[in-house]
Design a protein around this ligand. Sequence first.
Ligand code: MG
Length: 172
Amino acid sequence: MQIFIPDIYQKSIYDIDYNKLKKKGIKCLLFDLDNTLVPVNNDIPTKKVKELFNVLEKDFKIIIISNSGKKRLTPFKEGLNVDVSASSHKPFKKKYLKIMNLYKFEYYEMAAIGDQLLTDICGANRIGITSILVNPIGDYEKWCTKINRFLESFIYRKLRKKGLLEKGDYYD
Ligand SMILES: [Mg+2]
């Protein structure tokens, strides 16, 4: 169960204390796309995300790591001018390791931000990088995410019973 517990839990990507991450030695941020940066049915980056990335770029290397395909990622790669990793098969380790190798970051220099315990948080925890959970934005979800959410609800219930994670109880 430990593998599903995020290191940090915040309401949204706009509530994360990025200064604290910087002080901790984090140099690279891996953002999930769907329902973390924008709702699933949103095809282009919003002004708000652009503004956040403009600020974060000064301190961090930003990479979007998504289980969605290249076609979905392209407008975000171009619109936000960031590197992307499509079809990443989170929580499998392969793409995380590839990114670490390619960009020469150590696991303790990276943080991953996402809205799903089964993919984003589990993936980050498996590789030992800082895992940050945020609430999903938007109500629409793909069928595969719906299955994940169903499983996730059991994990949330178990973690809650053990006093390990409670929805809405944010921590840094
Ligand atoms: Mg997501």
